[in-house]
Design a protein around this ligand. Structure first.
Ligand code: AMP
Length: 283
């Protein structure tokens, strides 16, 4: 595997390749990330991975400085997956000048759910992803459904800018007890780690309640959301949201969308102690 930090050197190595597949990450790699590398390999060649902890998408009180950086272990894992190039730019490589041009996703997608609780998050994500796409120029790029809203926003960005890249979703990989793998799981204490799978369990209960509803309407869905929030709070979590949304646009259901039986997804973010976890479940 070639490890490259310089944009020009990356371009030199990829010259003439028009089938590359790309998996951007922030490192501290786990099975979830590696499953995306395998998916990428099915859709293009060579596979390019990136590791870059993107300051632009972190809020002032978030964990940019403490975000786990485990480069050597990550390199070993990527070597085993047959990744051809690891692009691991420094901040100076990727942002040699202050990044003043930014990609601002539309409010109705970028300022809801995660965007409401992490202002500017998706602006930072879209900006770095567009820049990484411009560096790698992949034919396909793989993103995890674990970050459901991010996947949707990147898809829309690619579509609206007519980027010549196909966005491929990867399923969420979980620990045996159901907890979605995440670099931030490492922040959990032993007791918190035992409690953490409850987040997915509650989403499964919400799904069951929605499936069994006698009448699906805006009020009955809101009742289910509220009950789930109370359940989490009662267990000592601090939920930011549990929201039952339309899969197609992440908007709340309307009378019309319910009548049309539009597919739904439940999304959640909640803090357990100091650690903020996110998860989702399609219905
Ligand atoms: P991150 O390093 O957290 O920025 O994630 C890089 C990519 O891995 C994103 O597309 C995530 O959605 C994806 N990812 C993170 N956790 C998982 C998981 N448990 N299963 C599948 N994909 C994941």
């Amino acid at each position: 595997m070639k490890i490259i930090s310089d944009i020009q050197e990356l371009r030199d190595h990829l010259r003439g390749q028009n089938r590359a597949s790309f998996v951007p990450t922030m490192g501290n790699l786990h099975e979830g990330h590696l499953s995306l590398m395998r998916l990428a390999r099915q859709h293009g060649d060579p596979v390019v991975a990136s590791i870059f902890v993107n300051r632009l998408q972190f809020g002032p009180n978030e964990d940019f400085d403490s975000y786990p950086r485990t480069m050597q272990a990550d390199i070993d894992k990527l070597e085993k997956e047959g990744v051809y190039i690891l692009f691991a730019p420094t901040e100076r490589d990727l942002y040699p000048q202050p990044q003043e041009y930014r990609v601002d996703p539309p409010q109705q997608l970028g300022d809801i759910l995660e965007g409401e609780f992490r202002p500017g998050f998706f602006k930072g994500v879209c900006t770095v992803v567009l820049k990484l796409f411009s560096c790698v120029q992949p034919k396909v790029a793989v993103f995890g459904k674990k970050d459901y809203q991010q996947l949707m926003i990147i898809r829309q960005m690619a579509k609206q800018f007519a980027l010549p890249v196909e966005i491929i979703p990867g399923e969420t990989i979980r620990a045996e007890d159901g907890l979605a793998l995440s670099s931030r799981n490492g922040y959990l204490s032993t007791e918190e780690r035992q409690e953490a799978p409850e987040l997915q369990k509650i989403l499964q209960e919400v799904r069951q309640r929605v499936i069994e509803l006698k009448e699906r309407n805006i009020k009955t869905l809101a009742d289910i959301e509220q009950k789930a929030v109370a359940q989490l709070t009662g267990r000592g979590w601090q939920p930011d949201y549990i929201a039952i949304r339309q899969q197609s646009n992440l908007a709340p259901s309307t009378k019309e969308s319910l009548e049309a039986d539009e597919p739904l997804v439940i999304l959640t973010a909640a803090k357990l102690g100091k650690t903020r976890l996110i998860d989702n479940l399609e219905i």
